[in-house]
Design a protein around this ligand. Structure first.
Ligand code: SF4
Length: 448
């Protein structure tokens, strides 16, 4: 900078820390929004004695929380309420579940550093206040708040969202699945879903394969309905896809791939419930006459119809979406060129969770730890999160980084949109073992 301080006297460290904390607060708010809606859906499902497809996951969550109950519904209700209770605490009351979820030595370190988060929503609010004009100017204080927000985002926004989704939608099963644009079947009415809140369209997902819904599709000239996975919620669908093979063919692609998915011409509607429904898809939807429906107003697109999701009116919403999508199919097919390139593969390894991976290893992490201790595998790296266009192009950085890591005998775990690119180029197929270093290759071949 030309001057060491701004006109208010803030130095560069203060400005950078302030901007960073504000960005972290926004990110944390997004994840807390997702876990809040997920917990509310689980609570309502329990109250209405709806379908709980993952009772094993529910039992493990209840045990972790120290919850006992007379039946599965009471258990699910108490689990959801425990999560919501924590989210709504004031910022000076620590959330009760952090100590139950976190690795103990790490929890003790957080306590020592004074970064155990209070109520998650209050922490976001506090960060927004703290970073406003001429408030906090202590960079260390603000960076410690970033760590607090990181803890609540990881444990609640990611971990608990996933585990509660497992309870409602079914637990992941390790299997081989199809990925890429070739998963799109033009004979069906195709709904591309974007977002991060799978439980919001669980009712629609089940409804799409009921005989009377299929009859509507058939009457319009299609074989039925398919959900086309895009963005993180496409990965969610893929993860638990063993439970709904009839309505879901596979994950088509990540955030930026959604443009290409729409350009196939075979998508009849976009249903968005959160990010990343890119603003860039709006003109593509206009061009291809694709109906856009948004079910959470935080993700409202300029040319989408807003139909907010509410658990109590989910059945009516599903009916509405089905009728709108059928109308879109009828209006646009025949007038739009459909061109689906050969893309992706049909044997990507998916459905891996912490729980089933441990089961796969015989109920113990020791075989994996032994491989690392012996030096056969040098370690495990995470290639995670959003794909970006700036690192030499779409998915180039994450794909090339993954190739480098496995060539050096480093196992790669991937999630989020990064995995969309990594799986589409075949790095999650059994044959990818041939690109690994000799030791990692031998381990992969041994596991089959
Ligand atoms: S991984 Fe990132 S880019 Fe992809 S859907 Fe999630 S938030 Fe969006």
């Amino acid at each position: 900078p030309d001057a060491p301080r701004g006109v208010c006297g803030a130095d560069a460290d203060t400005m950078v820390a302030r901007n960073f904390l504000r960005a972290v607060a926004s990110g944390s708010a997004c994840y807390i929004h997702v876990v809040e809606n997920t917990a509310r859906n689980l609570k309502k499902t329990a109250e209405t004695r709806g379908v709980l497809k993952g009772t094993g996951a529910l039992d493990r969550l209840a045990e972790t929380f120290g919850i006992t109950a007379a039946d599965e519904y009471e258990k699910a209700y108490k689990v959801a309420q425990a999560v919501l209770d924590d989210l709504y605490l004031p910022d000076d009351e620590e959330m009760a579940l952090v100590g139950k979820l976190a690795y103990k030595p790490r929890y003790e370190k957080w306590a020592e550093l004074g970064i155990l988060p209070g109520g998650a929503k209050s922490e976001v609010f506090e960060a927004v206040v703290k970073t406003s004009t001429n408030l906090n100017s202590d960079p260390v204080n603000m960076l410690l708040d970033c760590l607090k927000l990181g803890i609540q985002t990881g444990l609640y926004g990611l971990q608990l969202t996933n585990l509660m989704n497992d309870v409602m939608l079914g637990e992941p099963e390790i299997r081989l699945a199809s990925v890429g644009l070739s998963t799109i079947d033009p004979d069906y009415i195709n709904i591309m879903v974007t977002g991060h809140q799978h439980s919001m369209f669980a009712d629609l997902q089940d409804r799409l394969i009921t005989p009377d819904a299929v009859a509507k599709a058939v009457a319009a000239g299609a074989k039925g309905f398919k959900l086309v996975g895009c963005t993180c919620v496409g990965q969610d669908l893929q993860l638990r896809g063993a439970h709904y093979t009839e309505v879901f063919n596979g994950h088509a692609g990540n955030n930026f791939t959604s443009e290409a998915v729409l350009a196939t011409g075979a998508i009849d509607a976009v249903l968005s419930e959160f990010n990343c429904t890119l603003p860039g898809i709006e003109p593509i939807c206009d061009e291809y006459a694709i109906k856009q429906i948004c079910i959470d107003d935080v993700a409202k697109k300029a040319n989408a119809e807003l139909r907010p999701y509410d658990f109590d009116t989910r059945v009516e919403l599903s009916e509405y979406v089905i009728d709108e999508v059928v109308a879109s199919y009828t209006a646009r097919r025949g007038g739009v060129v459909v061109n689906i390139p050969v893309h992706g593969n049909d044997h990507t390894l998916t459905g891996v969770s912490e729980y089933n991976l441990k089961q796969f290893l015989g109920g113990d992490w020791k075989p994996l730890v032994d491989l690392i201790v012996s030096g056969k595998i040098k370690g495990i790296a995470g290639v995670l999160g959003c794909s970006n266009l700036r690192g030499a192009g779409h998915d180039v950085l994450t794909v090339e980084l993954t190739k480098e890591l496995i060539a050096r005998d480093i196992l790669v775990l991937t999630a989020g949109c990064s995995s969309g690119g990594i799986e589409n180029v075949g790095l999650m197929t059994p044959e990818a073992a041939d690109l690994a270093g000799e030791n990692l290759k031998a381990v992969c071949k041994q596991l089959g």
